[in-house]
Ligand binder design. Structure first.
Ligand code: HSE
Length: 308
């Protein structure tokens, strides 16, 4: 039986102003998954990391994705999966999406790529539903496709790949827990028209900035007047990090997905490293443990590493 190994990238959802509709993939960190086809209808999960994630397929993000594919195949096959996570669960950089997308892409590959890319995204969204209670694709789509994705619509699925400039990304992950479901629960259900106008100006500006490789426009458009004012309260040091990173040369940034990670985009590696320094200084002062990454935008998405 074939054994396939895939590399699944971390992702930044929302890209500040595009709540649930924009996301991008990162080159670091990434998970490694190995998948094998079984002739019996069952899903066997083995975790090769210290996170103690559930091995019951119904409770595991990759597990529910594989169960949904198994069902689509009329329960004629099963899967064995080994998961080595490097993207910490609950970090806000698409840990659940990496497991879900990796499982869906690898299973499709083993089945001879019988499902379209939209179908693979649909399968993977079952994992997000388990993790956060909602089927959102702003981590899943860029994780599978790489680069920057625009999710114009979920029903019907309409995903557009946006050409992404060669920007540097700095991420800080303070080791505090912010559950996506909680971070969604606290959001206001209604927005003021004046805020909506500002927000859609920023979304259009950000997408145009990516298309035209206009870094200044990208920086100006990284503003969120709807979600960030509510969610940033959950992240100690958020405002200081944002202000100081921009002073250090970052174009701009904000909460990665539902947090607690914060990301910043920069035009150069030098600015990205200066940004990392600022993030370290702020979190060293708060005493909160943290990780940082200086990376670039991943253009490949889930990648087949080996196929034996
Ligand atoms: N768009 C989702 C949210 C991403 O912000 O809740 C969660 O990673």
């Amino acid at each position: 039986m074939k054994n396939i190994k895939v590399r699944c990238p971390a992702t930044v959802a929302n890209l500040v102003c595009g709540f649930d509709i924009l996301g991008m993939a990162l080159n670091e960190p990434c998970d490694i998954m190995q998948l094998k086809l079984l002739s019996e209808p069952k899903v066997v999960i083995r975790n090769k990391d210290e996170f103690n994630l559930p091995t019951d397929p119904e409770k595991n993000v990759a597990g529910v994705v594989l169960l949904s594919i198994m069902e689509k195949m009329n329960n004629t096959i099963g899967f064995e999966v080994e998961i080595e996570k490097h993207i910490k669960p609950g970090s806000g950089i698409g840990s659940s999406a990496a497991s879900a997308a990796g499982a869906a892409v690898a299973a499709n590959y083993l089945l001879g790529n019988i499902f379209s890319s939209d179908e693979v995204v649909q399968f993977a969204m079952n994992g997000e539903k388990l993790a956060s209670g909602v089927k959102h694709a702003d981590n899943i789509a860029p994780c599978i496709l790489g680069g920057v994705s625009l999710i114009r619509s979920i029903h019907p699925l309409d995903i557009i790949a946006i050409p992404s400039p060669d920007l540097y990304v700095t991420v800080v992950h303070p080791q505090i827990e912010v559950r996506t479901s909680d971070a969604r629960q606290i959001l206001r259900k209604q927005v003021l028209l004046k805020d909506a106008i500002r927000q859609w100006g920023n979304i259009a500006g950000l997408v145009t900035g990516f298309l035209k490789n206009d870094h200044s426009l990208i920086g100006r458009s990284l503003e969120d007047v709807i979600i960030e004012p509510v969610r940033s309260i959950l992240i100690p040091g958020f405002n200081e990090i944002k202000t100081n990173c921009k002073e250090a040369g970052a174009l701009g940034g904000g909460i990665s997905g539902s947090g607690p990670s914060i990301f910043m985009l920069s035009s150069s590696e030098k600015a990205a490293k200066a940004t990392e320094q600022v993030m370290k200084e702020v979190y060293d002062r708060t005493g909160i443990a943290y990780n940082t990454y200086v990376t670039t935008i991943n253009k490949k998405g889930v990648e087949i590493v080996s196929d034996e």
